[in-house]
Design a protein around this ligand. Structure first.
Ligand code: CP3
Length: 338
């Protein structure tokens, strides 16, 4: 399919469009009963390694909502496990790492990612490309800071205290760790690009925990190594939460599109990252309010998004599990008719 018909790619290039393309972070997942049914007896990471399931789960929100992009069903820890790190995703908790990484000796244990170890992802992408037509397929990975946070903390954390303690207290260990993670992430994204995804998104979900100065010093070089190291002319999206103060620095990492959470209006964000297309930024909690509120807020986001060279409508973070899927479908219809 000629990519001129894929709205998401045109928005990423900053072209004027009849309406904004729309997709939702975490659109494939627990807000859908058909997903919960399929995953009833199968572990999260096991399902990520089965191309047939990845293909089906990735397609579920496309069929149901008519979104303009599918995001590959996977997780940011999939390449870490494929590189030999002992971890699991525990329902209701998130990623849990068997032996947290704290010392240079721990970092030296981390192996490179052999592309063959994520062959199941390439296979899933091949299955998906045979099914998708005008819907763009987005591949993704976690950025070094967010991945490092899980590895150092051993699981999800509120303050990222151990992560920051390592960053400030042992910068050599920190930079060696992030360089290793950047290499794994770049390889993982390249596998997806080579298999034919239309765009990629780098999730640095927890980067907002840092000041701009610390982000520039401890994180930006590594995220830049990821985005700059990808071979292939595809749009790159870079997203984090709580990043209002980091948007200019993040925009220097090399992405074409900057993701914005719900805290920063898109017209303000457009002023902070001139020349970049934007993605976002409806508050996911708004979807739990009556439809009139959803409509009003979505129209505001669309109006503010016109200040950017291109706008991909999305939420400010992922779909919450308790979201009514019918509201998502109605929202897609609204965006497409506005
Ligand atoms: O639809 C999509 O967006 C694609 C699927 C996707 C998943 N994880 C599936 C998933 C994507 C893009 C991710 C990325 C991811 N994983 C991020 C970055 C995006 C973000 O939300 O900021 C992060 C930080 C993770 C780590 C992670 N994995 C967390 C925090 C959790 C939630 C823990 C929980 O149970 O509440 C997971 C598990 C996970 N990843 C689920 C899904 C569908 C839920 C597991 C399940 O269904 O049992």
């Amino acid at each position: 399919m000629d990519d001129t018909t894929k709205l998401l790619l045109r928005a990423a290039r900053g072209e004027a469009l009849p309406h904004a393309p729309v997709w939702f972070m975490r659109q494939a997942g627990r807000s859908l009963p058909e997903y919960r049914e399929l995953r009833a007896d199968i572990g999260m990471l096991e399902s990520c390694r089965r191309p047939d399931l990845v293909c089906e789960i990735t397609l579920q929100p496309v069929r149901r909502h008519g979104v303009d992009a599918a995001i590959l069903f996977s997780d940011i820890v999939v390449p870490l496990q494929a590189a030999g790190i002992d971890l699991d995703i525990v329902a209701g908790t998130g990623p849990v790492v068997a032996t947290p990484v704290r010392t240079m000796a721990d970092v030296e244990e981390i192996r490179e990612l052999d592309p063959a170890a994520v062959g199941f992802v390439a296979e899933a992408i091949r299955l998906l490309l045979a099914e998708l037509d005008r819907t763009a397929l987005i591949g993704f990975a976690g950025a070094p800071f967010t991945l490092a946070s899980y590895l150092v903390e051993g699981g999800p954390s509120r303050h990222h205290a151990k992560t920051k303690a390592l960053m400030y207290g042992a910068p050599d260990v920190w930079h060696t760790l992030c360089a290793a993670l950047a290499d794994i992430t770049r390889t993982f994204l390249q596998v997806q690009v080579d298999a034919g995804v239309d765009a990629i998104q780098l999730f640095d979900s927890w980067a907002g925990a840092l000041s701009e100065a610390d982000y520039r010093r401890y994180v930006l070089p590594h995220s830049r190594a990821v985005l700059g190291g990808i071979v292939g002319k595809i749009p790159k999206i870079h997203f984090g939460v709580g990043t209002a103060e980091l948007l200019p620095a993040m925009s220097e990492a090399g992405a074409d599109v900057v993701g914005v959470d719900w805290r920063t209006p898109l017209d303000v964000a457009a002023g902070r990252v001139p020349g970049k297309a934007l993605q976002g930024n409806l508050d996911p909690c708004v979807l739990l309010a009556p439809w009139e509120v959803v409509e009003q807020e979505a129209r505001r986001v669309l109006a503010e998004g016109t200040k950017a060279p291109g706008h991909i409508f999305n939420l400010g973070h992922g779909v919450l599990p308790e979201t009514d899927p019918d509201i998502l479908t109605r929202l897609v219809d609204l965006i497409h008719s506005t």
